[in-house]
Design a protein around this ligand. Structure first.
Ligand code: F6P
Length: 476
C-alpha cells in the first residue's frame, strides 16, 4: 500500500470502490464492493492512474489518509453517524431517490436533511479541490453529489468538471416539487458536461433550467450569464461485456450453472430475478404474476421455478424495511400455497453474490425477468445478455428501464399491468428457440458494441471537447 499523489483524473462518487470491513480475525481491511458504478469506472481509473474520492461505507468518523489499493488511488471520506442518517439515508435515499423514480414511493422533504446534504457535498468538493492537479478533469457521479460541480468550480475554476447521473432525471412537474430545486439545478450547472442515461432526462433538465432559472438554451446547450456554456446529453451506461463473456465461458462457472439447475431439481425452465432489494424494481408484482400463473395451472412447479435474488440494500430506511417484510410474507405465502415437497415455486435468496455466482445464475436461467417501475439503466439486463453467448435464454424487460431503449428485442412489459406481464412470461416460456436466439443475438451485439469502455470513452472525449481553451485532456 503506497500513498497516492495528486491526480489528473479524479472520480468523485458517494461510494469508494471498496468497503471498510472487519475481517474474521478482528482486524480492519478492505473488500471490493459490488455495484454497477464501481465495475463501470474501474477500467477508466486504471488507464489514467486517477484518484477516486468516496465513502467507504461505515459510520466511523476518523478519516484515514488516502491509499493505493490494488492499483487504485483511493481517498476515503468518512461520514458521521448523523451524516449517514441525514445525507445518505435521508436526503439522498428518502427524498431524491423516490422523487427521481417517478414517486414510486413518497419522497420526504426535511430541511435538516437538506442542510446536511449541502454540508457533505461541500466536504466532497473541498477534498476534490485538494486532490486535483492544475487543469485536471474531475468527474462527479450521481444524485448524492449534485451540488459538487458548482462548489468545486468556485474553489478551482481551472478544472474541467463533468457530472453523470446514473438514475433517471424526472420530468419538470415532479422535480418542481423540490423546495431546493433551484439550488440543485445551479449545483449541476457548475459542470461543463452533464451526462444522463437517456435523451429524455437531458431534455427534462434543459427545460427546467430554461423554466426555473431563465437561462438561454439551444438543443442540448445551456448558456450561462457569465459566458460559459454547459452541455447536457445522454450517455447510456453499460457493462464490461468482454469480462462477463469471459467469466461465463469459464469451466467452473459452467459447472456451477449445472449444479444450480440440479439443486433446483432440473426443472424444464428457470425464471430468474436479480435486484437490489428496492421498491423501484417491481419484485413484488413480478412474483405475484408468476404465482398466479402457477395457481391457474398455466405453469407447474414441476416444470418451472422462479429464483429471486434480492441483494440487501439501504436496510435502515423505512421503505426498504417495509418492502423486505412484504416480500418475505409474499414468498412464504406463495410457497406455502403452491409449492410441493422439494419443489418451492420461488427460491428466494436475500443475499449478495460475487460476479462468478451471478454469471452461473445467468447461465442457468432460461428466462431473466427485469421489471422495474423505473430504472436509470439496469445493468443486470445487460449482464444477462452478455453471458448468453450461446444465444439461448430470453429477457423479459420493463419498458421503464433505461435498458429498454437499447435492448429492443426483449420481451417488453409494463410492470403495472400484471395480466400483460403474465402473458409475456408465458410468451417467453413457450417461445421457439429459433426466435429467442435471434433476439438474443441482436441484443448481445448491442451490448458488446456499446460496452462500458465505449461509454467512458464517449463521455471523456466529449469532456475533452468542451472548453477547448482548457489545456489538459484526459483520455481513456
Ligand atoms: O445507481 C444508483 C446507486 O445509488 C449508485 O449510486 C450506487 O452505487 C448503487 O445504486 C447502490 O446504492 P447504495 O450506494 O445506496 O448502496
Amino acid at each position: 500500500m503506497s500513498k497516492p499523489g495528486r491526480a489528473d483524473l479524479v472520480i468523485v462518487a458517494n461510494r469508494l470502490p471498496v468497503d471498510h470491513v472487519t475481517l474474521p480475525d478482528g482486524t480492519a481491511g478492505w473488500r471490493r464492493s459490488p455495484g454497477g458504478l464501481v465495475s463501470a469506472l474501474e477500467p477508466v481509473m486504471r488507464a489514467n492512474e486517477g484518484a477516486w474520492i468516496g465513502w467507504p461505507g461505515s459510520g466511523d468518523d476518523t478519516e484515514p489518509e488516502p491509499f493505493v489499493e490494488d492499483g487504485l488511488q483511493l481517498v476515503p471520506m468518512y461520514l458521521s453517524e448523523e451524516e449517514v442518517r441525514e445525507f445518505y439515508e435521508g436526503f439522498s435515499n428518502g427524498t431524491l431517490w423516490p422523487l427521481y423514480h417517478d414517486l414510486v414511493a413518497k419522497p420526504e422533504f426535511h430541511r435538516e436533511w437538506w442542510d446536511c446534504y449541502v454540508r457533505v457535498n461541500r466536504r466532497f468538493a473541498e477534498r476534490a479541490a485538494q486532490i486535483a492537479n492544475e487543469g485536471a478533469t474531475v468527474w462527479v457521479q450521481d444524485y448524492q453529489l449534485q451540488l459538487v460541480p458548482q462548489m468545486l468550480r468556485e474553489l478551482r475554476p481551472d478544472l474541467r468538471i463533468g457530472f453523470y447521473l446514473h438514475i433517471p432525471f424526472p420530468p419538470p412537474e415532479l422535480f418542481s416539487q423540490l423546495p431546493w430545486r433551484r439550488q440543485l439545478l445551479e449545483g449541476l450547472l457548475g459542470a461543463d458536461l452533464i451526462g444522463f442515461q437517456l435523451p429524455g432526462g437531458a431534455a427534462n433538465f434543459v427545460r427546467l433550467v430554461r423554466q426555473r432559472l431563465g437561462h438561454k438554451t439551444h438543443r442540448d446547450l445551456v448558456y450561462l450569464p457569465d459566458g460559459r456554456s454547459v452541455k447536457a446529453a445522454a450517455f447510456p451506461i453499460s457493462i464490461d461485456a468482454a469480462g462477463f463473456i469471459e467469466l461465463a465461458r469459464q469451466e467452473s462457472v459452467m459447472e456451477r450453472a449445472a449444479a444450480i439447475r440440479e439443486a433446483l431439481g432440473n426443472p424444464r425452465k428457470i425464471f430468474l430475478g436479480i435486484d437490489r432489494l428496492d421498491y423501484t424494481k417491481g419484485i413484488y408484482a413480478r412474483l405475484r404474476a408468476f404465482a398466479e400463473l402457477i395457481a391457474e395451472g398455466r405453469l407447474d412447479v414441476e416444470d418451472a421455478v422462479f429464483v429471486q435474488v434480492a441483494t440487501p440494500s439501504r436496510e435502515r430506511v423505512e421503505q426498504y424495511r417495509i418492502l423486505r417484510d412484504d416480500i418475505d410474507r409474499l414468498v412464504g405465502r406463495i410457497n406455502g400455497d403452491l409449492g410441493r415437497i422439494g419443489r418451492p415455486a420461488i427460491s428466494y435468496l436475500h443475499s449478495s453474490y460475487p460476479r462468478e455466482e451471478m454469471a452461473a445464475l445467468y447461465r442457468a436461467a432460461d428466462i431473466m425477468v427485469v421489471t422495474p417501475y423505473r430504472d436509470g439503466m439496469n445493468l443486470v439486463a445487460k449482464e444477462y445478455v452478455a453471458c448468453r453467448y450461446d444465444d439461448q435464454g430470453a429477457l423479459v424487460l420493463s419498458e421503464f428501464a433505461g435498458a429498454a431503449h437499447e435492448l429492443r428485442q426483449a420481451y417488453m412489459v409494463n410492470p403495472y399491468d400484471i395480466n400483460g406481464m403474465k402473458s409475456m412470461l408465458m410468451e417467453a416460456f413457450d417461445a421457439d428457440p429459433k426466435e429467442t436466439a435471434k433476439r438474443m443475438r441482436a441484443m448481445r451485439k448491442q451490448v458488446v458494441d456499446n460496452d462500458v469502455t465505449a461509454w467512458a470513452d464517449s463521455f471523456l472525449n466529449e469532456m475533452a471537447q468542451v472548453r477547448p481553451e482548457h489545456g489538459k485532456t484526459v483520455r481513456p
